[in-house]
Design a protein around this ligand. Sequence first.
Ligand SMILES: Cc1ncc(COP(=O)(O)O)c(C=O)c1O
Length: 442
Amino acid sequence: MKHDKCQDLTKKFNAIFPGGHSNFRVPFEATQNRIFITKAEGSHLWDADGNEYIDYMGAMGPNILGHRHPDYIQALKEYLDEMSLSVGSGILFTPADIELGEKIIKHIPCAEKVKFCLSGTEAVQMAIRLARAYTGRPYFIRFESHYHGWLDNVLGGVINPDTDTKPFGVDNPDLDLVTYTQGRNPKALEESFVLPWNDVERLEEVLEKYGEEVAIIHFEGIVCNHFGMMPKPGFVEKIRELCTKYGIVMSMDEVITGFRLGLGGAQGYLGVTPDIATFGKAMAGGVPLSAVVGKAEILNQLQDGTVLGPGTFNGNPFAVKASLTTLSILERDNGASYDEMWRVQNRLMDGLRDLAQKYSIPVLIHGLTGVFHTLFGITTDAIYTDADLEDFDLNLLYSFWPKMHEEGIIVMAGGRWYMTMSHTDEDVDRTLEAADKTMGTM
Ligand SMILES: Cc1ncc(COP(=O)(O)O)c(C=O)c1O
């Protein structure tokens, strides 16, 4: 692979932009060897040096159709021939708003009403505000290692080991290597109880003491942001039961899982219906749009002025058109393209497992339709808690994914793979060839 142009661009980029655009503590090499994309088609990307990649980054989630899906591009081109990019979210609307809202309500089990926002971060804050207003209570519960956006009250924080005090999350840079940040409002972590995932006893204990003060339990149904950790059988059902018992709003964060696992998202997959849920990423196929959906009595607080939810770009017509087109493509033949994506994905996961066995590399490869994870060092069949991740081998991971980049395969840093409808059997063959070469050196 050639890197001259990208290296030159990296220097210029780093002189202007402190960090990347979505800023985490990524490894130093990644910031020194940035990849600048100049062309995209289907499952493939090309960089400024002309290197070709198979893309499993999925734009960090939004890319569900593949790059430049012909029907998506055609619909947006036609739209641009006669419509504006913005008409004014609060006062002027488009008929497409209604069509999109109807589709969301049709597919998402909890959706009776829909509120558009712009990013996943905003949708989460909207969900918290709606729940606080609805219950008249101040606090929320979230779970360790779930991700809900970059704002102070949901970013990072760890479980407070002192169970005698209110078990608010606390800052601890040693335990929170990925999401710890300085510069936070010092009071922000006091808004929420951060609890261990899949721990019914702890959840019950906290609710017994503070249940009447909790407005909302907000969580990822399937923890895609933490190695695809699954809920233990019965755990999400328990959250449902406890939310009902204590009058707490149950809120599922579907920003990744929405329209990726299938048309019904994680709630459709798990068969448990929350009161509200947040969506983003894949719902518009790459154009920024997010939503809070859920029970009418909760969302209707926006109608009578109880709760405010302004936003210049909320429901902007271009994003609405993009989302409407995305969902129209995804729902064709009763969502048959999800089955095809799952078939291709399974070939890839099976092939990677076979290669790992060939080279005696311990790795758990698991996932659901549209997203899977390679967990090096893990030899169990499933992971439910951080204790199950004890053997996770960062060194093995780092000897895998940067080398895969060099072989023309782009995977997300933590070993997360996003599939799209455009990945083919040929992509799988090429990816497995690259993995064979890479694992052979590990
Ligand atoms: C589950 C989940 N919720 C919320 C967010 C925040 O979304 P955004 O980055 O669009 O603000 C993300 C982003 O990765 C996410 O994965």
